[in-house]
Design a protein around this ligand. Sequence first.
Ligand code: MN
Length: 494
Amino acid sequence: MAKEREPERVKRAVEVARAAHEGQLRKTGEPYIVHPLAVKKILEEWGMDEDTIIAGILHDTVEDTELTLEDIKKEFGEPVAFLVDGVTKLSTARNGMRDIDTYLPATKDNFLRLMIALGDDIRVLIIKLADRLHNLRTLSALPPDKQKKIAKETLEVFAPLADRLNMGLLRVELADLSFKYVDPRRFEELKNLITKYNKSAEKTLAKIREEVAAALKKEKIRFEISGRVKSVYSLHKKLAKHNQNINEIYDLTALRIIVDDITDCYLVLGVIHSLYTPMEGRIKDYIAMPKQNGYRSLHTTVITKDKHIVEFQIRTREMHEYAERGLAASFYYNEQKVTENYKKGKIEHLPTNLLWITELQNTAAKLREGKKVDLKKLKINLFADKIFVYTPKGDILDLPKGALPLDFAYKLHSEIGDHVVGVKINGKMSNLNKKLEQGDIVEILTSKNQTPKSSWLDRIITSHARTKLMRALRIKPPEERVTTIKKASKTKKK
Ligand code: MN
């Protein structure tokens, strides 16, 4: 984006923030103002509107300095104060959800509560994501236990949120930055794997690119072609799904073709299928049927004459922009209209696939007016097959639906998983067969003397927990190992 002259209001906000944070230092040792300025820059890069940028500059003032919401309202207006208030509440909401109690009905699902609180204005969430991104970029300054905690939370809450907003670039950066802290060894291992693979595929890919380019020119289609690199974290997740078998991952390298319009997308698909053999079941038309987050593109995986497997992603420029910047992109293109509509409480500019945001906003409005809302009827299916559960301290963990206490325990740490003796769910003693539900507060009871049991294999549904448990079972003494294997194979036959 062309950098225009900075508006007076933005300059003034920087002055105010600088004065307010005067004397404060970040953990990195730098003056605190570095952080709000970095958040400002990120929001500018995302093409956000002026109020959002100003609120981004001031986002930590109310919580950490003498500045009050009243001051901000007086100087920068109601909308900015509203956004700053939202971001402040969001961070306190993370520590126990006290502030939003005023208008939210009792529900144990803190995450839903959080989302409804946010539903007031989705720009709050965008500021929070920018805030989180900069904190992650500078995470090395924190002590290791804090690093892990923040990185984990980012993987579980913020990266999926970025995905739901179709902010692809942000999702990849958040996920890979966090994953590096959560599991440094695995991160390096997979990163090297990707590099090695890409190097070995380099020549083949160059050849394929030439072939495709020649064919497209012949058809007089205007296009751009580029390679897309898979993120380390998404490879990690895919490998877990495919029993660590790298040969089942077909999109390690993908070529992306960007064209002028939708007709050309389908033309390109035809050209590619006339050059190479498409793999069965691997043609995906996300143009006719966009993903829930609004992502649109054609995907196809093909086998070349010399038996290389390559994925193609075909889309228009507009689809591409939206895939990378998501919600932020729609703000950029509709800035004036958006600001107007926000004042009126309308957001009809959003792509239909982001209607869940509208629903969230409507619910928030009703709750504020004191109307009754049945939260169970809300169709906010933010994270399709996932539930969010909490530790007694309020940390959020995401698990697949149907997960059991041992899945939770192993997700916390294998040391915890290996020594489970019982579980309390929402403060009450429960058992290891009890399916966890959305919003449960789960407390794992452990004992140093406990050892992993092969019968636990029946009480686990995540591959993550299974891998860890199997590893723990294998290192048992030989006599016990025999029974373990027997039992394990018995459970398998069922
Ligand atoms: Mn901050």
